[in-house]
Design a protein around this ligand. Structure first.
Ligand code: NAD
Length: 467
């Protein structure tokens, strides 16, 4: 409780509640004043965002080290550099994206013109997860600003150093009526979800995604849900095995496997299993040495709860490499498991850690049937030289997006909309797609007043009247 100016006591929760609805009301007012609308404003704010990230670079890297033991190189490439690209990409194109677009008018509307006006949604909420706590908070914000909205950003409470830094950096750069960070956990988010936003952009788990969509449905608020799931990685018998091993290990063990699009499990053609396993072992050693838990830049698991959950998976199969854990430092070495039962927990839930189960197959059709029997994944990776197999997999399995002969990289292209399908998400973003996500496209038909067709009206005679 806190004592107010008039001497009355107030519960922290109540203050929070009032603060939150007040913050939203002020943003709405600011939005309605039209100050976020002009292209020059949007560009100026994006430039300010770019500059403040540049200024804070060392502090961001330090906060990521504290919260997740991210190494400097990884922090820069996966959390910071990618944002510079995204900001510059949007700044260059805002004028074009904002321009009303003339479209054709059908013959039944003789005399009319039609166009589409991109309009900001208004005041939006962005809720971020902890795994890329900086990038996944700022990246949607770029789209929200480029599209002319005001935004409230709720970072994850599980990465407190990054959360505090985000609050500070945004406070220094934006008027709170324009962009504001509200820190907190489940309770704060629940309160935010009671507000009448014009759009909600959520990144996180499938379970919380359901809660967000339910809350949004009550007020008919449109949502973008960037969720997770089990993303398969298929290695066909004709794959370049050395390259596949490198790219799989990179995709799986970056950020200690805590990446929404990390390969969750491997489907390997039986004939190359041993060769791939040997290559993966060599690669892991090349990346992290023979004692990965001593490598200074090998990531840690975000919390004790997640560490225990992941450690539990180690009993779900035979460990072929890795398996070492350090409960004090919350670290688990890059681990590959085989002899997996598809009913075991490691094959039932999203792993989200450095544990990689390996299954084998003989015919690609088996893989297609097995993947299609599960919820649609966020990503899928296929290693092959055979374009027929490539076509078959892309055509027969529905998934958010992915790579052929690589992992993760589709996420880093502003030309590719990024998002899930089915249980892995609703909507997409990045590049133009981010602008579209935070934009309502308003359709306008302007009819001439020079003439009129009377037959459109009830009980009128066929005819044309000139006005
Ligand atoms: P999470 O769903 O636990 O939390 C996300 C956000 O929701 C946090 O800000 C948290 O405070 C809030 N939250 C948590 N529980 C809540 C509740 N009961 N009610 C209201 N709000 C609540 O997700 P996480 O653990 O932070 O992130 C990991 C998950 O996110 C994984 O499933 C991963 O696949 C997914 N993810 C998806 C993407 C993507 O782009 N599709 C990116 C990163 C992570």
């Amino acid at each position: 409780t806190t004592i107010q100016k008039d001497g009355t006591m107030m519960h922290t929760n109540e203050i929070n509640r009032l603060d939150i609805s007040e913050a939203v009301a002020r943003q709405r007012e600011y939005y309605q004043s039209g100050r976020t609308y002009a292209a020059t404003e949007r560009r100026t704010h994006l430039k300010a965002l770019l500059d403040v990230i540049k200024r804070y670079e060392p502090k961001i890297i330090e906060a990521l080290r504290h919260d997740l033991n991210k190494g400097e190189f990884e922090a820069y490439t996966t959390e910071i550099g990618i944002l510079y690209e995204e900001i510059r990409f949007s700044m260059k194109r805002i004028d074009r994206w904002m321009r009303p677009k003339r479209v054709r008018t059908s013959r039944i509307h003789l005399g009319a013109k039609s166009w589409i006006v991109p309009e900001p949604y208004g005041t939006v909420l962005i809720v971020a997860p902890w795994n890329y706590p900086f990038q996944l908070a700022i990246s949607p914000l770029i789209g929200a600003i480029a599209a002319g909205n005001t935004a409230i950003l709720k970072p994850s409470e599980l990465t407190p150093h990054v959360s505090a830094l985000l609050a500070q950096l945004i406070r220094e750069t934006f008027a709170p009526e324009h962009v504001r960070v509200i820190e907190g956990g489940v309770e704060t988010n629940t309160e935010l979800l009671r507000q009448k936003f014009d759009h909600i952009f959520f990144t996180g788990s499938v379970a919380v995604g359901r809660i967000v969509m339910e809350a949004a449905a009550k007020q008919l608020i449109p949502v973008t849900l960037e969720l997770g799931g089990k993303s398969p990685c298929i290695v066909h018998h004709d794959a370049n095995i050395e390259l596949a091993a490198k790219r799989i290990a990179f995709g799986k063990f970056t950020n200690a496997g805590q990446t929404c699009v990390a390969p969750d499990y491997l489907f390997v053609h039986t004939s190359i299993k041993d060769e791939l396993l040997a290559a993966l072992r060599r690669t892991i050693e090349e990346f992290y040495g023979c004692e990965p838990l001593r490598h200074p830049d090998y990531g840690r698991i975000v919390s004790r709860r997640h560490f225990d959950r992941l450690a539990g998976f180690l009993c779900d199969g035979t460990i072929v490499t890795g398996g070492q854990i350090d409960a004090e430092k919350l670290q688990i070495a890059p681990t590959i498991l085989e002899d997996i039962h598809v009913e075991s927990p490691v094959m039932q839930e999203e792993i989200f850690g450095p544990v990689l189960p390996l299954l084998t197959y003989d015919m690609i059709e088996e893989v297609i049937t097995a993947v299609n029997a599960r919820p649609k994944p966020l990503a899928l990776y296929l290693f092959t030289q055979d374009s027929n197999v490539e076509d078959q997999v892309v055509k027969c399995i529905s998934y958010g997006g992915g790579c052929i002969n690589d992992t993760l990289m589709h996420v880093a292209s502003p030309y590719l909309p990024f998002g899930g399908v089915g249980e892995s998400g609703v909507g997409s973003y990045h590049g133009k797609s981010s602008f579209d996500t935070f934009t309502h496209y308003k359709s306008i038909l302007k009819q001439t007043t020079l003439f009129d067709f009377s037959f459109r009206y009830p009980s009128s005679k066929i005819g044309l009247s000139l006005i």
